[in-house]
Design a protein around this ligand. Structure first.
Ligand code: WT7
Length: 646
């Protein structure tokens, strides 16, 4: 376990918060027997949930499980866009707001389900006219604007596979993902707003495509009116294509196990993994959890503050909410622009009732001060959610008091890009919450905390989090690399899913997540592989070797610290530090930029040559250095400590 002492501070807080009678009485799930029923027969439980979707053809079997490959709802046919749009048009939701968009400059758009149908079917026809067929990949590199949602839904309508790349990634990171997916089309924009400045989105695409040969067309949404270069024969304006496109057209009946999308995420090697999610299981998993965990009601205004470039945005801005016919808020901006009350201004403006955000944001709000939310009317809120990393109890209490007015339950939801859906979370009408714990696996899910040999850990002791059975929204494979899927997730422990997180279980069976146990950082709730940052550093001509570790950070949770060995004859100075940081940002994106760079003549290694990251963490965090007895070169650590101790 790598980060035990770092996270040891999340001590068990026995002060449980029970749901208020008022909340419990109106909750979507009120009867705790749901847990027993689901565990007695989990397949029937999931089948019942799947029945809430619209199926063109019902499945023949709920689960085909040939470990470690699962196929859910085999033989069933459905379409995601149909479930998220068409079926609502026959109900009173026809003219309901599907998406409320708040742009960074303060512009606003309300898109009803009928509008969404019109736009999505038009873009589906555009994609077809560009030669995109069922199974083809379409990459996205966009700001958080409605066209992103529209175009993703259009892919699902015709059975094309989307691969969204977070707009903050650098051209090189973008092209790696586009090449791996062999995308035929990229949807992008002429720019995006970030704290009043314009991001060069399209320039990044142009740069990226220099190293690509799969992309035939680039569709460009006009967002900022920036002066960009349109490559003739390749680049097409979205609005021009849409002007000519027809409304309507069929929703392709997809097999439940057909690929729905790919989303790249960092792992323990330098190359991100293309996590594959399939159609029927994924939609069932996200719709159910969205309804039960967020206690969704017909007139809720639901806001998840994530970016659609991450899984949280896929599952809980788009697919879960729209499958449930909800009103989902989509926000382009940042919490501190134009002022540090932007979130609270948005909640006040649209009377948001459910807010789903991340601990890193909450810690920033705490730092900015409670006067910012206090100026705004947050009385519409009735439920709060948290995701991305363990929420420290102080942040939990602050969120509860200053945002939730002490009346809103908080659902701390644990899940991953790979799990697709929330797996560990309170059910807000039933579960007593304990600040800092994601509480219990949801109905139908069985988890455990085990030791290195796979045996259950005693209560209160830390071990590895595993998931014991397949669940509907679980990844189906790693794109083009099924062996990596097997090795990464299903080989550490026989027959069970290894999440890569450390955890403890308390006497009530509550799960306390302790953070990653692999070489993966969690920076502001975003996953960055240490190997990726190391490769970016070693790519610099001055660098011989690099080791990157996560260091505790007040706001971000973790920050990257790099230990760098320079090539012979290279001398270091502050300029080189700046240059190396910029190099990482240029190769991967600003989120991966190390906070510190330490230079060392050697890296501490075991006799077998493995870098002792634990010792580097001790140095970076200014702690007494732990056991160095297995080191091949113990002097290195003493030298490092002497050099960098304040
Ligand atoms: C990793 C997954 C899907 C959520 C966004 C991040 C950490 C996520 C929690 C939570 C403690 C959490 C885990 C997990 N994590 N939610 N509620 N409590 N840790 O998705 O990039 O795939 O990262 O985020 O370490 O493994 P991701």
């Amino acid at each position: 376990m790598s980060d035990d002492n770092l996270l040891e501070s999340f001590l068990f807080d026995e002060q449980a918060h029970s749901p208020s009678a008022e909340f419990a009485e109106q909750a979507n799930v009120q009867d705790a027997r749901i847990y027993q029923d689901a565990s007695a027969d989990s397949l029937s439980y999931w089948a019942k949930e799947a029945e809430q979707l619209h199926w063109f053809k019902k499945w023949d079997s709920v689960l085909d499980w040939k470990p470690p490959f699962a196929k859910w709802f085999v033989g069933g046919k459905l379409n995601v866009a149909y479930n998220c749009i068409d079926r609502h048009l026959e109900t009173s939701r026809k003219n309901k707001a599907a998406i409320i968009f708040e742009g960074e400059p303060g512009d606003s758009r309300v898109i009803t389900y009928q509008d969404l149908y019109n736009e999505v079917t038009k873009f589906a026809n555009v994609l077809k006219s560009l030669g995109v067929q069922k199974g083809d990949r379409v990459s996205f590199y966009m700001p958080m604007i409605p066209e992103l949602a529209i175009a993703m839904l259009a892919c699902t309508r015709i059975g094309a596979v989307h691969s969204v790349v977070f707009g903050g990634f650098a051209p090189e990171a973008l092209v790696g993902r586009v090449n791996d997916a062999q995308a035929k089309v990229i949807v992008t924009s002429d720019g995006g707003y970030r704290r009043g400045k314009v991001l060069p989105i399209k320039d990044n695409v142009d740069e990226a495509l220099k190293a690509n040969d799969s992309v035939e067309k680039v569709v460009v949404v006009k967002r900022t009116g920036s002066d960009i270069k349109m490559v003739s024969g390749r680049d097409l304006w979205y609005h021009e294509l849409m002007e000519k496109a027809e409304v309507g057209g069929p929703a392709e009946p997809m097999s439940a196990e057909d690929m729905l999308f790919i989303l790249y995420t960092s792992g323990t090697t330098g190359k991100p993994k293309g996590v594959v999610h399939s159609t029927g299981g994924y939609l069932t998993g996200v719709a159910t959890t969205h309804r039960n965990i967020f206690d969704l009601k017909e007139d809720d205004v639901y806001w998840c503050t994530a970016d659609i470039g991450w899984i949280t945005g896929h599952s809980y801005i788009l697919y879960g909410p729209l499958a449930n016919g909800a009103t989902t808020v989509m926000f382009e901006g940042t919490p501190d622009y134009p002022e540090q009350d932007r979130f609270w201004a948005v909640i006040e403006k649209y009377k948001v009732t459910i807010l789903y955000t991340a601990p890193t944001a909450i810690r920033a709000f705490m730092k900015w001060g409670e006067e910012w939310p206090a100026k705004r009317n947050l009385a519409s809120l009735r439920l709060l959610g948290s995701v991305g990393e363990p929420i420290n109890p102080e942040a939990w209490q602050w969120y509860h008091k200053h945002i939730g007015g002490k009346r809103c339950p908080i659902v701390d939801t644990w899940w991953q890009t790979e799990t697709g859906q929330i797996l560990i979370s309170p059910l807000p009408g039933i579960t007593a919450t304990k600040p800092g714990s994601a509480t219990l696996p949801i109905p139908g899910i069985e988890v455990d905390v085990v030791d290195a040999a796979g045996f259950p850990m005693p209560t209160g002791q830390s071990g590895f989090l595993i998931i014991k059975q397949p669940w509907p929204a679980m990844l189906s494979t790693v794109f083009n690399d099924p062996q990596r899927y097997v090795d990464q997730y299903w080989s550490r422990f026989e027959g069970v899913y290894f999440a890569g997180d450390g955890a403890k279980k308390d006497k009530d069976g509550y799960i306390w997540i302790l953070g990653r146990v692999d070489d993966v950082l969690n920076i502001s709730g975003h996953r960055i592989g240490t190997m990726e940052v190391e490769s970016a550093l070693v790519d610099h001509p001055a660098v011989a070797e690099a080791a990157v570790i996560g260091k505790a950070h007040e706001i971000k949770g973790q920050a990257a610290s790099a230990f760098v060995t320079l090539k012979d004859n290279v001398t270091y100075d502050d300029k080189l530090i700046k240059e190396l940081k910029a190099h990482v940002a240029k190769k991967i994106g600003a989120i991966a930029r190390p906070d510190d760079i330490f230079f060392t003549a050697e890296l501490p290694k075991t006799r077998s040559g493995k870098i002792m990251r634990r010792l580097l963490r001790d140095v970076a965090e200014g702690r007494a250095v732990g056991d160095t007895s297995t080191l091949a070169n113990p002097d290195v650590v003493t030298e490092l400590k002497d050099k960098y101790e304040d």
